[in-house]
Design a protein around this ligand. Structure first.
Ligand code: ADP
Ligand code: MG
Length: 167
């Protein structure tokens, strides 16, 4: 993890559509091999973010949480790999840093409950930390773990970043 505010930005979304729009805007700068960790309590909006991210990659299939398979794959501009460790925390040991399949190098991997992989997660990743639940607005912190992920922070829609000054 790189320290310092330059590598973290915080946005606020008032509804699920805004969280999807955030995901879609970030997907524009996605590159092969990217890894994105989605962290937040049950109902925080991790899957909403994933749905939007998929839409931004041009995925037309409906994205649902892959609770009963280790990883779901969707095709878009880049392949999208979606992992959800909520019910599969026992499988965390089977994942070497979020990787199960060499094809992930050609696409983007999103991991819900990625904190369960703890130190097994490589530092080279984007963290999406979602705070809030229910109908409350979500405070979403985006952290670039290495310089290569700063492009995601630069791609943030300014209208979402507007609340940053209120931190
Ligand atoms: P998770 O995958 O984190 O468990 P989901 O994305 O499946 O959570 O569910 C989030 C729920 O919260 C959805 O029912 C969604 O409509 C609702 N919601 C309300 N406000 C927001 C928001 N600002 N961002 C995301 N989801 C929101
Ligand atoms: Mg989910």
């Amino acid at each position: 993890m790189i320290e310092g505010r330059a590598f973290e930005r915080v946005v606020e979304t008032g509804n699920a559509a805004a969280t999807q729009a955030l995901g879609a805007a970030l997907a524009v700068v996605a590159r092969p091999g990217d890894l994105i960790s989605l962290v937040g309590e049950l109902g925080a909006g991790k899957t909403q973010f994933a749905k939007g991210f998929g839409a931004g990659l041009g995925v037309t299939e409906t994205i649902v949480s892959p609770s009963f398979v280790l990883m779901a794959e969707y095709s878009g501009r880049l392949p999208l790999f979606h992992i959800d460790l909520y019910r599969l925390s026992g499988a965390a040991e089977a994942l070497a840093g979020g990787l199960v399949d060499e094809r992930q190098g050609e696409g983007v991997t999103l991991i819900e409950w990625a904190e369960r992989l703890a130190d097994a997660m490589p530092a080279g990743r984007l963290d999406v930390l979602i705070d809030g639940s229910g109908d409350d607005p979500r405070r979403i912190a985006l952290r670039a773990g290495s310089a290569g992920y700063v492009r995601y922070l630069e791609a943030l829609p300014e209208e979402l970043v507007a609340t940053e000054a209120q931190r």
